[in-house]
Every structure is written in structure tokens, then in C-alpha cells.
Ligand binder design. Structure first.
Ligand SMILES: *Cc1c(COP(=O)(O)O)cnc(C)c1O
Length: 465
């Protein structure tokens, strides 16, 4: 047995992979990755693959980026970890200062944790406890969330989530939230055309906040892009109106920038694009450039102040993790921020984003491509059985998965969300790599759809342009 075969056999004997149907995995020939260099991953047979989803949205500047790796090594030679409960350390202090310097105005405090889910868990508990301790906020106990939201996989973040496929089964374990429909105008929740949909969604959101402000601790959203839902884009103006009405009615705004943060959309944080500064903001994924698990929840002096008091009042924020503010992660994050300072990352993303839009035009013509959504270097290609009715292929056809699998034959790693093909290349991609990525995604989509629409599959309305 070859080495790769042997590794696959051992993997299948002992492992359980996240978000993976292991019965399928056991029948498959999964890739075993051994090395990363720049925007590419290399498997144990030495094959090279373009990292088309930035290793699940975390990688910013490629693998093995020297400045980040060196910073981790240097920190490792000093201190790998010491607790943050009652002690501090230089990289965490410096990182907090530098994060706040690039964060939206008004954010002035940093609470560390280890991943996006816990950063959101912290955000939710922080908002809740803040109102409990504020006096006039007794009634403010619930959260207004969006349908199709994704905030992570721990029970609190799942409670704020709205993707039935991931979340429904856990419903008996979850706290209930108020839910507003996602402002997604390709499938408008009110059945309206695009411009009317955008307005109606924002109007309804405002109305809901005004009507329920006394019971709301916070509104929780992924600003501009609901990533895990399939790259659903908020219409322009929605977020800024939400900010205005939450300010007006004294409801906290929590922005989950875990996916959108650190340049992915063309600005440091997505909420900047609408001039929005949240009361609480969660960051993770790109924070360390895709090297180490570290997360942070940022908040204002106002929220922070609500936790100050005499020791015996127990207004303490009772939350923390063994690896809170891990120094290696902080060092990696500092090196990541330095790259943003030295290089014109946002300019680069904006140029690459235009290249991506241009390349995507060719795919948009395919009769089974229902919608293409893109902001910066985050894009989703939604495949539908019928463009006219927007009907989806049945899940057992596994169209999205098959497209991703097909793309491997041309050396590209993709990970779809249902039948939405996600493209989220590293910010360090070249123009050529972006063009190739889109071309491969288009080719793979075409191949699978022709299998699907000739034998085996079901008829589609191919004639409709
Ligand atoms: C990925 C993601 C999370 C969860 O982050 P993890 O580090 O995977 O726990 C939370 N919110 C959003 C918007 C995400 O994309």
C-alpha cells in the first residue's frame, strides 16, 4: 500500500471530520495535505492545488508567509502560553492596541477567545449581562437575529443562527430569539423585485426594532454578507439603517465580522463600507492570517463600563478560556496587521475583485446559474435546476459537492455550500490565479451540469436564456 493509501486507511479508522457525512468520506479518496506554499496546498502524492476557499476562509496572504511564520517562531522562543486570567503578556497588549486602531470608531476594549463561535458566544453573553447590570434594561433579554444567519457552532451562536439544515435539530437546546427575514433579494422574503425588496426588508427591520426595542438586548448580524448561508448579500443601505434605528432605540448592534473581516470585502471590516460602527464586533478567521486559532470580541467603553463595580457586586464578566489570548496567536495576528500596514491590501483586493467580476460574467450565462453574488474576494455561484422558478436540484444529486470534486481534477480546492459554489481565494492571489480559479469553477460547473441534464438527472429549462 502506498503512503497516501495508508494515511487514508488510518484516517478512516479513527477520525471524524467536521461538517462531513462520514459514510461518504469512508467511500471516498480524500486528499491528505502535507505542505502549503503561497496560495497552494500540496498533497502527500506531491500534487499541487490552488486554495480556492482560503482554507475555509481563514488564509489571507498564502501559506508559509515568512513574516507571520517568523513572528510565531520568535514568540515561541519566548513564551508559548501563559494564562490570561489574572496575568498579561506583551503580544496581547500590543495586539489589542493595534486592533482598536484599525477597528471602527468607538470600539475601545478587546476580549480574546479562540475561534469565531466563542467570539460570538462572548458577544451574546456580554450584551445580555450588560443589560442585566444596567438597571433600566431589565426587559432587554432577547436578540433579534436574521434567518439564514450563521454565527458558529456552539450552543449560544447556534441559537443566534438561522440555517435550518445546521441548526434545526438542536432547537430544543437553544434559547429563542426574535427572527427577521434575511434581506436576500434573489429570493425576496416578501416576493418582491430587487429594488422594492431592498426597501421593504429595511423598512420591516426598522419596524421590528422599534416595536420590540424594550425586549431587545441586541440585534446580531453578519454585516453585508451572510457567508455560510451561501454568500447572501445585504442590499446597500440596510446595515446603516439598522445602525441608525438601533442607536435611536437603545439596542446594541453586534456585528459578526468573523468571515468578512480583515480585507476580504475590500475594506478592513465590512461594516466600514456603510460607515457603521457596531457596539460589539467579533473577529476570528483572518485575524492570524490563517495560521493559528485566535479570536476577539471588541466593544465600547459604554458596554465595558457596565461591568465595573466593587468585587462583591460580582459584575465581573464570567467568561474565559484556558487559551484566551494565546501569545503565539497574538504574535501571528500582529504580523498579519503589519502586512496590512506595509502593503496596499485593500487596493489589491479591489483590483482583484474587478478581475473576478469580469471573469464571472462568462459563468453567469450558463442556463443553470441562477445568481452570482460577489463582494470583494467573496463570491458565490448559485446553481439551480430552473432559472425561471429558481428551483434547486434535489440534495441527493449533490451538485455542489460534485462540482467541487470535479475542480480537483484541474488542481483547485473548493468547498461548496449546498449548491452554491464558493470562491474565496487568498488576498495574495494574482490576477492570473483569479482568472484560472473562476475558469476552473465554470468548467467544473459545466461538466457536472451536462451530466445532470443529459442522462441520469432531470430535465431543466435549458432553452430559457
Ligand atoms: C466561520 C464563522 C463563524 C465561526 O467561526 P469558527 O472559528 O469556525 O468557530 C462565526 N461567524 C461567521 C460569520 C463565520 O463565517
Amino acid at each position: 500500500m502506498g503512503r497516501t493509501e495508508e494515511l487514508r486507511r488510518r484516517d478512516k479508522a479513527v477520525l471524524w471530520h467536521p461538517f462531513t457525512q462520514m459514510a461518504d468520506w469512508e467511500k471516498d479518496d480524500p486528499l491528505v495535505m502535507e505542505r502549503g506554499e503561497g496560495n497552494y496546498l500540496y498533497d502527500t502524492d506531491g500534487n499541487r492545488y490552488f486554495d480556492g476557499v482560503s482554507s475555509l476562509w481563514v488564509n489571507l496572504f498564502g501559506h508559509g508567509r515568512k513574516e507571520i511564520d517568523d513572528a510565531i517562531r520568535a514568540q515561541l522562543s519566548r513564551l508559548a502560553h501563559s494564562t490570561f486570567l489574572g496575568l498579561s503578556h506583551p503580544p496581547a497588549i500590543e495586539l489589542a492596541e493595534r486592533l482598536l486602531a484599525v477597528a471602527p470608531p468607538g470600539l475601545s476594549r478587546v476580549f480574546y477567545s479562540d475561534n469565531g463561535s466563542t467570539a460570538m458566544e462572548v458577544a451574546i453573553k456580554m450584551a445580555f449581562q450588560y443589560w442585566r447590570q444596567k438597571g433600566e434594561g431589565e426587559g432587554k433579554k432577547t436578540f433579534l437575529t436574521l434567518s439564514e444567519a450563521y454565527h458558529g457552532d456552539t450552543i449560544g451562536s447556534v441559537s443566534a443562527g438561522g440555517i435550518d439544515l445546521f441548526h434545526k435539530i438542536f432547537r430544543p437546546l437553544l434559547f429563542s430569539t426574535r427572527r427577521a427575514p434575511t434581506p436576500h433579494c434573489y429570493r425576496c422574503p416578501y416576493g418582491l423585485s430587487r429594488p422594492s425588496c431592498a426597501l421593504r426588508c429595511a423598512d420591516m427591520m426598522e419596524e421590528t426594532v422599534r416595536a420590540s426595542a424594550d425586549s431587545l438586548a441586541a440585534v446580531v448580524v453578519e454585516p453585508l454578507v451572510q457567508g455560510a448561508a451561501g454568500m447572501l448579500m445585504m442590499p446597500e443601505g440596510y446595515l446603516s439603517r439598522l445602525r441608525a434605528v438601533t442607536r435611536e432605540r437603545d439596542v446594541l448592534l453586534v456585528c459578526d465580522e468573523v468571515a468578512t473581516g480583515f480585507g476580504r470585502t475590500g475594506t478592513m471590516f465590512a461594516c466600514e463600507r456603510e460607515g457603521v460602527a457596531p457596539d460589539i464586533m467579533a473577529v476570528a478567521k483572518g485575524l492570524t492570517g490563517g495560521t493559528l486559532p485566535l479570536a476577539a470580541t471588541l466593544t465600547t467603553e459604554e458596554v465595558y463600563g457596565g461591568f465595573l463595580g466593587r468585587y462583591e457586586e460580582f459584575k465581573t464578566f464570567f467568561h474565559g478560556h484556558s487559551y484566551t489570548a494565546n501569545p503565539l496567536g497574538c504574535a501571528a495576528a500582529l504580523a498579519t496587521l503589519s502586512i496590512f500596514e506595509r502593503e496596499d491590501v485593500h487596493g489589491r483586493v479591489s483590483r482583484l475583485s474587478a478581475v473576478m467580476s469580469k471573469s464571472l460574467e462568462a459563468i453567469a450565462r450558463h442556463p443553470n446559474v441562477g445568481d452570482i453574488r460577489q463582494l470583494g474576494l467573496m463570491a458565490g455561484i448559485e446553481i439551480v435546476a430552473s432559472r425561471r422558478t429558481k428551483e434547486r436540484f434535489p440534495p441527493e444529486r449533490k451538485v455542489g459537492q460534485r462540482v467541487a470534486r470535479k475542480a480537483r481534477e484541474r488542481g483547485v480546492i473548493l468547498r461548496p455550500l449546498g449548491d452554491v459554489i464558493v470562491l474565496m481565494p487568498p488576498l495574495s492571489s494574482t490576477q492570473r490565479e483569479i482568472e484560472d480559479l473562476v475558469a476552473v469553477a465554470g468548467w467544473a460547473t459545466g461538466e457536472i451540469l451536462s451530466e445532470e441534464t443529459s442522462g441520469g438527472g432531470r430535465p431543466t429549462d435549458r432553452a430559457i436564456p
